[in-house]
Design a protein around this ligand. Sequence first.
Ligand SMILES: Cc1cc2nc3c(=O)[nH]c(=O)nc-3n(C[C@H](O)[C@H](O)[C@H](O)COP(=O)(O)O)c2cc1C
Length: 373
Amino acid sequence: MSARAAQALSRPLTLGSLELPNRLVMAPMTRAQSPGGVPDENVAAYYARRAAAGTGLIITEGTYVDHPSAGDQENVPRFHGERALAGWSEVVSAVHAHDAKIMPQLWHVGIQRRAGKPPVPEAPSVGPSGIALDGTPEAGEELSLADVERLIEAFAEAARQAERIGFDGVELHGAHGYLIDQFLWGRTNRRTDAYGGSPLERTRFAADIVTAVRERVSAEFPVVLRFSQWKADNYDAKLAETPDELRTMLAPLSEAGVDAFHASGRRYWEPEFPESDPNLNIGGWTRKLTGKPVITVGSVGLDAVFDPATLGDGAGTNVASVEGLAERLEREEFDLVAVGRALLADPEWSRKVLNGREGELVPFTREAIATLY
Ligand SMILES: Cc1cc2nc3c(=O)[nH]c(=O)nc-3n(C[C@H](O)[C@H](O)[C@H](O)COP(=O)(O)O)c2cc1C
């Protein structure tokens, strides 16, 4: 890799009050290794190791907000309760010790929850209209307006706690067909009240969460929103078919106070609307339409795509050059670059890339998913 690419990724960036040492971000990746939902010293060591190797910003795995139907795994960390928050506070200290920054990814799975699953087996699965991602009706309960208010409050309270225990910002998980995205998407949101209808009306839940979060944290505390066109079981799904539709959806979120968007694509080099622009990926369009800083993501440093169904099973995934990525960064198509699987496989990934030692990178294998450390 050229020194030029390393230089592009090494440039610092200011986000609100946040001074990021470089452009590298660890993508949120669920691990389910927090016993009873409480992140322990292993979780702290796992993130600290990647922070020590130069990753400027860590976005944690998705962590459940305080709502009985938020999740469906016992060992996914929670973001409520004294013990879980004390655990998170240790994670923050461990990452800060290496001068990196860290934000929790606040998560509610919505209708993707399977009935009877922990941590609250008796809780119903809920969604905007009770419709599953594949369109199956009555897969769970339709949220009442009172429920909606309670959920907005749960995200706002989680953000308040995040700032209280020393996190550097929060990321709202509005992607991949989870609760917030279920409101954004026409297939899962058939509501006839103020939270459903046109694309603009479907953004209201996300926008209300952003507004409530903003009211609960300091003005300079960064709020990141992650969104995606694709859904967990449907890579061809689209929230927006055209740049105009994307603008309609992002504008109210931007106005509500999102400081940066995390535009989740699966291959960063793919143009999102090729008929309008041969190059711009979903992140590039987001930056162009909102003027806000953007994190891009998707197969950085790897030659095969993320597929939750197989997680790159089979031949494995080889190391790929970040040269083209760095060129896009230089052109300011986006501001930050999130790295997922490559950072799982190689905790030293950032140091090697920032020092032009690309030849030493470790390829990704499925086994890396189970990494304890
Ligand atoms: C094991 C694993 C767990 C993931 N968990 C989450 C998650 O909790 N929240 C989220 O928004 N994305 C999650 N993702 C998606 C990643 O953040 C990222 O968008 C995806 O892996 C593409 O980046 P990559 O090609 O660099 O791996 C996960 C991905 C993997 C591989």
